[in-house]
Design a binder for this molecule. Structure first.
Ligand code: CP
Ligand code: NVA
Length: 305
C-alpha cells in the first residue's frame, strides 16, 4: 500500500482485495462487539469544503470505534477558507494528527496536500474521484454476490467522480464495466485511457439500454454534483427522460441484478422511487459499508500491522 488513498488508479488489484478483506473483518468485529482499538490515541483531521452526511459520520464513528478521535474542520471556518496555502495546512496538521481526510473540489488540491503531509491523506471526494465510496460499493457487491470477477457493473448518467472511480475500481477487480453517458458528459480522459487498455472489458455508449443489458449491478448518481448547482437546469434538459434507472431498464439486466446509489438520491430523476425502494436494502447496506471500508483504509494506512 502507498502512504495515501488519493484515487483508485494508484492502487493495485491486490491492494483493493486487501482493503475489502480487512473491511469484512472490521464488519465482523463490529457486529460481534469485538474490541478493535487499532488506532488508540490517534487523531484524524477531517477537512470538508463540501457538504456531507455519510462521509463525515462514517469517518468520525469509525475513528471512535478504532479507539481514536476525529476532528471536523470546515473549509469555511478554518484558515483554509481565508486562503492559507494547502502546503502549509499539510505541514501543520502533520505536526498534530496521524491522518487527514479531505473532501474538496480539485483533485490537485488533495495531491498537493498529500505531497506536503508526512501523514496519510485520504480522499473523501473530489470532482475527479470518490475512492472510499467505490471501495464500499465493491464490498457490498461482493457481500451480496460472493464474488466480483466476471460480473457486469453498469453505470447510467453523468460521467462524474463516481463514474471515474467505479470504472477504475470495477476493472481493477476483474469486472466488466459498461457506462452510458450523454455526449459532452463523459468520464475523465485519464480514466477512459486506463479503461481502454483493460482488454475489452469496458464499453462507453450513449444508450442506457445497451449499457444495462446483462448487468449484475446497476449504478447511477445525481445529474448535477456538488459545485454544479448553477448547471442544474441545463443538465436536467440533457438527462431527463433518458438517463434514469427505472423498471424498463431493470428488465434488461440479469436476474437478481443489484441496484446501488452512493446517495443522496433524487427520486424521479436519476432513479425512480419504485426501483429505489425495491433495492433499498442493498442501497443502505452500501451506505453502511462506508463505515467498514473506511475503517479498513484507516487501519491499513494509519495503524501498525
Ligand atoms: N455518498 C456520500 O459520499 O455521501 P455524503 O455526501 O453524505 O458524504
Ligand atoms: N457526484 C456526487 C456524489 C455525492 C456523494 C457529488 O459529487 O455531488
Amino acid at each position: 500500500m502507498q502512504k495515501d488513498l488519493l484515487k483508485l488508479l494508484d492502487l493495485t488489484p491486490a491492494d483493493i482485495t486487501k482493503i475489502l478483506d480487512t473491511a469484512d473483518q472490521m464488519k465482523y468485529n463490529q457486529k460481534h462487539s469485538l474490541t478493535h482499538h487499532y488506532l488508540e490515541g490517534k487523531t484524524l483531521a477531517m477537512i470538508f469544503e463540501k457538504n456531507s452526511t455519510r462521509t463525515r459520520v462514517s469517518f468520525e464513528t469509525g475513528m471512535y470505534q478504532l479507539g481514536g478521535h476525529a476532528l471536523f474542520l470546515s473549509g469555511k471556518e478554518s484558515q483554509i477558507g481565508r486562503g492559507e496555502p494547502i502546503e502549509d495546512t499539510a505541514r501543520v496538521l502533520s505536526r498534530y494528527c496521524d491522518g487527514i481526510m479531505i473532501r474538496t473540489y480539485g483533485q490537485e488540491e488533495v495531491e498537493t496536500l498529500a505531497k506536503y503531509a508526512s501523514i496519510p491523506v485520504i480522499n473523501g471526494l473530489t470532482d475527479f474521484a470518490h475512492p472510499c465510496q467505490v471501495l464500499a460499493d465493491l464490498m457490498t457487491i461482493r457481500e451480496h454476490k460472493s464474488r466480483l470477477e466476471g460480473l457486469k457493473l453498469c453505470y447510467i448518467g453523468d460521467g462524474n467522480n463516481m463514474t471515474n472511480s467505479l470504472i477504475v475500481g470495477g476493472l481493477k477487480v476483474g469486472m466488466e464495466v459498461s457506462v452510458a453517458c450523454p455526449e459532452g458528459y463523459d468520464p475523465d480522459p485519464k480514466v477512459l485511457e486506463f479503461a481502454q487498455n483493460c482488454g475489452g472489458k469496458f464499453t462507453l455508449c450513449r444508450d442506457p439500454k445497451e449499457a444495462a443489458a446483462g448487468a449484475d449491478a446497476m449504478f447511477t448518481d445525481v445529474w448535477a454534483s456538488m459545485g454544479q448547482e448553477g448547471e442544474a437546469q441545463a443538465r436536467r434538459a440533457v438527462f431527463e427522460g433518458v438517463y434514469q434507472i427505472n423498471s424498463e431498464l431493470m428488465a434488461l439486466t440479469n436476474p437478481g441484478c443489484m441496484v446501488q446509489h452512493c446517495l443522496p438520491a433524487h427520486r424521479g430523476e436519476e432513479i425512480t422511487a419504485e426501483v429505489f425502494e425495491a433495492h433499498a436494502n442493498e442501497i443502505f447496506d452500501e451506505a453502511e459499508n462506508r463505515l467498514h471500508a473506511q475503517k479498513a483504509v484507516m487501519y491499513l494506512l494509519m495503524g501498525e500491522q
